[in-house]
Design a protein around this ligand. Structure first.
Ligand code: SAH
Ligand code: SF4
Ligand code: F3S
Length: 482
């Protein structure tokens, strides 16, 4: 099997791509729109909303920037590096604009929200700036820009959820899809820019969520991921809204995330349900029991810990301690078993972090053994509480060294967790061809691990039982059992 790995070159396959270009749509519209998205899944989902809104206004999307009349960058502000990447891209696009002066350039998303009109001053070639809650206004903003005016809307809403806008799923594999269930974040973690760029937390109408899941299933999709910055604080008043519909489901006061999860799981046993992101302070036992009750709710939780030290967690305003976090993990394993996938985000070198406190993160990792993690070193974000109150005082070399220690540990743990899966049979939903070989399918098991296996006569969207024979750090390799 080791030969096979090197033969067909399976290497670590990264979970989420950080840049996505929206695919082509040819319906004979007059103008062409190119959208490049950065950052998280929520931005990628928003770009599909933008394409949907502009489709009605005479725009087809193109994945070829050279044929675009309108270029949008849907941007991320989470770390300084994310913003630098966008600035660099804007410089490149400026080159294009010099050759084609009528090209309209717009910045959307979190960086647009953070910098507002400043972006127009700093990046002279930008014609349009629209924050995450202003996408319904894009047709108006484009008209303004057509007239030669600088167009800006960075108004943040308390209500907007785009519940009625059907996203155009241009980059879809036809099997898995994301559904936004809420927007914004009220948590105010002191390091984080999201509450400022995405505004107040608001939940989307559950009836529209269930309808979207049903429509996706009817179109042949077999997995949905419910998206929000903190899905566990999903909340919808059943007393005020959709009363009759919810009463039939036995809900009379508040629709919680556990309720929502159950309603989506009931669409069909053949529709897998995932969700992201869970917050350790808010995930309820109810959610865990609901997961346990439904085979089609995937046994995988992304539960970012950020740090293993309680003093740091307090400075970060995460609302839990090391012990609370470890207690949650224990409960997860008690209710869902050891096979439930667990992943995390970690930040090293946050303000005043000492060497001992960094060690606490490493020992927490040893106690949990995550399947994988997204790991970062702290990047100070203007306007956040941490930036206002504390110096970014851990030297860059120290941050980087601590980060590399964490990454090294995580790699060992990922390998350990994958080795446990070898020799076992996993139920895999086929998502498409393996990126490394046309003779192999790629899919994921319930715990969110990527599994590749020879195609035989299976098809995309099939559920297949696969016996895993080998693994790399990030991928399980096996073959179908008949
Ligand atoms: N809502 C999610 C996270 C969204 S941002 C949650 O609460 O877990 C994704 C990750 O980026 C965070 O979990 C955090 O680990 C990282 N991150 C956020 N702000 C950061 C900053 N200023 N510097 C470095 N990493 C940061
Ligand atoms: Fe940022 Fe915290 Fe909200 Fe996550 S929960 S988006 S880290 S403020
Ligand atoms: Fe980035 Fe905004 Fe998402 S800051 S991570 S794109 S919510």
């Amino acid at each position: 099997m080791q030969d096979l790995i090197s033969d067909i070159g399976f290497v670590e396959e990264k979970e989420a791509a950080s840049i996505q270009v929206l695919g082509d749509q040819n319906t004979g519209k007059a103008r062409k729109l190119y959208i490049e998205s950065y950052g998280c899944q929520m931005n990628f989902a928003d770009s599909e909303i933008v394409a949907s809104i502009l489709q009605k206004e005479g725009f087809d999307t193109t994945s070829n920037i050279a044929e675009a009349d309108l270029v949008f960058l849907n941007t991320c502000s989470i770390r300084d590096k994310a913003e630098q990447t966008v600035r660099h891209r804007l410089t490149q696009i400026n080159g294009l604009k010099k050759k084609k002066p009528e090209l309209m350039v717009g910045v959307l998303g979190c960086m647009a929200e953070r910098l507002k009109t400043k972006l127009l001053e700093e990046e002279k070639m930008v014609d349009l700036v629209a924050g995450p809650d202003a996408y319904r206004d894009l047709p108006g903003l484009i008209n303004q820009a057509d007239e030669g005016e600088k167009a800006v809307n960075t108004f943040l809403s308390r209500e907007e959820t785009y519940a009625d806008v059907a996203p155009v799923r241009l980059n879809s594999n036809g099997v898995t899809a994301f559904i936004s269930i809420m927007r914004g974040c009220d948590n105010m973690c002191t390091f984080c820019v999201v509450p400022f760029t995405r505004g107040r937390e608001r939940s989307r109408d559950p009836q529209s969520i269930v309808r979207e899941a049903q429509e996706l299933f009817d179109q042949g999709y077999r997995e949905v991921t419910l998206l929000g910055q903190n899905v566990d604080s999903y909340k919808w008043s059943a007393e005020e809204n959709n009363k009759a519909w919810l009463e039939k489901k036995g809900i009379t006061s508040v629709v919680t995330f556990a309720h929502l999860l159950e309603m989506v799981a009931q669409v069909s046993p053949w529709l897998r349900v995932r969700f992201s992101t869970s917050h350790p302070k808010d995930i309820t036992d109810d959610v865990l029991y609901t997961m346990a009750r439904y085979e089609n709710i995937c046994k995988y939780i992304h539960l970012p810990v950020q740090s293993g030290n309680s003093r740091l967690l307090e400075l970060m305003n995460r609302g839990y301690t090391r012990e609370w976090y470890l207690g949650k993990v224990e409960k997860i394993r008690e209710v869902l078993g050891d096979d439930c996938g667990l992943s995390s985000d970690m930040i090293t070198g946050f303000c005043t972090e000492t060497e001992d406190e960094h060690q606490d993160t490493l020992t927490l990792m040893d106690a949990v053994v995550f399947d994988f993690s997204y790991m970062f070193y702290y990047s100070e974000r203007p306007g956040t509480l941490a930036a206002k109150k504390w110096a970014d005082d851990v030297p860059e070399e120290t941050k980087k060294r601590r980060l590399s220690e964490i990454i090294k540990k995580q790699n060992e743990h990922s390998r350990l967790r994958n080795q446990r899966d070898v020799g076992r049979v996993h139920r895999v939903l086929i998502e498409g061809e393996s990126k490394r070989s046309a003779d192999y399918w790629q899919g994921r098991n319930s715990a969110n691990k990527v599994v590749v296996f020879p195609k035989e006569s299976f098809r995309k969207g099939d559920y297949v039982n696969v016996r895993v024979d080998d693994c790399t750090g990030a991928t399980l390799i096996g073959q179908a059992v008949h």
